[in-house]
Design a protein around this ligand. Structure first.
Ligand code: ARG
Length: 455
């Protein structure tokens, strides 16, 4: 059914209908649309614009429409232009003239602004819970791996030893920032646009404070033109989601490397790997690769919406209907990625020995060896040179600094004594690093206490 047939003389052509309609994708927020309509008529009755009896009829019919849509008894008919027209037409067909009063003092412009906000707010609440599960999983893994030594890298070259707990802690920080970005976004967007009308408010004595509080908003939005044309909260969400995907993608990249034959730091569970159709030996990290790959489409949706919005004059323009499909796809994609990623993490096997051996083999304790010389009176620049020579010698002899005999040390610098071995042992190298945020066990335990409060 058309809501605007009165002014028109020609039937709409099929392609125009298909091009113009949004029901095929905005049907996903029917529950929010109905929630908004119930608040609207409740307010209309409280303000004396419709009677209580009319309100009761409309509310109970809207509730039964919702129940019928939930159960599948009522199906979306493709002749409606959007979810708003569909619900209103159904209401009128069930109640007759009473239903025709629902849209009093309302436009689809403020209606869609409300529905999209309600839907987005619900998704944000869900995403906050999903991110919290990921943080919990990271916390559990960190607690278990405070003594799992591994090389820390810069330039993808082994640099200094860290622990797996410390490495995972970096991601804990990233994902907790992502979660707080969602919370910020929710705070900023939590104002109700309903009552803005088409763009200039209405002449009915609407109680916008009441509608806002019925829907759990802090209050009404304060400019009716902005209310119907603001999509900042969606752009913020798409930026938040893009950053989350970037974090997931970096983590997946590391997981893919760690799971490779060259590293063998971890092993992915069979459930999150797939085989090759030709090479029988293969166990590919497809899920991690797909999550890494899907970052592209989420960034794409952010850029698409920024571009759609950038030339729009105030107030509502139909271009804004283009906000939905991309945003929905981004929300769905990120939800799936976060859930799958968390499950994948839960089931990895950590090869502690391989990690520790790798840290030992790459001279990751060279800085600590230089620091030992400094503590024994050698200026840092000289110490740096001396250890450099020792590393060269070890490369020639194919051994680590830990295995080089003390005579060889002494040949290059007489300051050395047996104490050097203790100073460059993996455990010492890590555990001596106890400034806030460093990988030492004591420092990490303090940080974990804070993380515990955050989850
Ligand atoms: N489907 C439209 C959208 O998503 C709803 C608002 C339509 N308003 C209008 N004046 N045509 O933006």
């Amino acid at each position: 059914m058309k809501l605007w047939g009165g002014r028109f003389t020609k039937e709409e052509n099929q392609l125009v209908h298909r091009f113009n309609e949004s029901l095929s994708f905005d049907q996903r927020f029917y529950a929010q649309d109905i929630r908004g309509s119930i608040a609207h008529v409740t307010m209309l009755a409280a303000a004396g614009i419709i009677t209580d009896a009319e309100k009761d009829t409309i509310v109970s019919t809207l509730n039964s429409i919702k129940a019928d849509l939930d159960s599948g008894k009522l199906e979306f008919t493709p002749d409606s232009e959007d979810i708003h027209s569909f619900v209103e037409a159904e209401l009128i067909s069930r109640t007759g003239d009473t239903g025709k009063k629902l849209h009093t003092g309302r436009s689809r412009n403020d209606q869609v602004a409300l529905d999209m906000r309600l839907y987005t707010r619900d998704v944000i609440d869900e995403l906050i819970l999903i991110e919290t599960s990921l943080l919990k999983e990271l916390y559990t893994l960190m607690e278990k791996n405070l003594d799992t030594y591994m090389p820390g890298f810069t330039h993808l070259q082994k640099a200094q030893p860290v622990t797996l707990a410390h490495h995972l802690g970096a991601y804990f920080e990233m994902f907790s920032r992502d979660r707080s970005r969602l919370k910020d976004n929710r705070e900023r967007m939590n104002y109700c646009p309903l009552g803005a009308g088409a763009l200039a408010g209405t002449t009915y004595p609407l109680d916008r404070e009441l509608t806002a509080s019925l829907l759990g908003f802090y209050g009404p939005t304060l400019n009716s033109m902005d209310s119907v044309s603001d999509r900042d909260y969606l752009l913020e969400l798409l930026s938040d989601l893009s950053i989350t995907m970037m974090h997931l993608s970096r983590f997946c990249e590391e997981i893919i490397m760690w799971n490779s034959n060259e590293y063998r730091f971890i092993e992915l569970d069979d459930a999150y790997s797939t085989g090759s159709s030709i090479m029988p030996q293969k166990k590919n990290p497809d899920i991690a690769e797909l999550i890494r790959g899907k970052s592209g489409r989420v960034y794409g949706h952010l850029v698409a919406l920024l571009t759609t919005m950038k030339g729009l004059p105030l107030a509502y323009n139909k271009d804004m209907q283009e906000d939905k499909e991309g945003a929905f796809d981004a929300m769905d994609t990120v939800k799936d990625c976060l859930i799958l990623f968390t499950d994948m993490l839960k089931t990895i096997t950590v090869n502690r020995d391989n990690m520790e051996n790798s840290a030992k083999n790459g001279f990751t304790n060279a800085t600590d060896a230089a620091d030992w010389l400094v503590k024994n009176g050698v200026p840092f620049r000289d110490a740096h040179g001396i250890i450099g020579q020792l590393v060269l010698l070890c490369i020639e002899k194919d051994c680590s600094l830990d295995d080089l005999p003390i005579e060889e040390y002494k040949k290059i610098c007489p300051v050395f004594n047996e104490g050097i071995y203790e100073a460059i042992a993996m455990k010492t190298c890590v555990d001596k690093r106890n400034t806030v945020g460093a990988p030492g066990k004591a420092a990490m335990e303090k940080v974990l206490e804070k993380y515990k409060e955050m989850i």
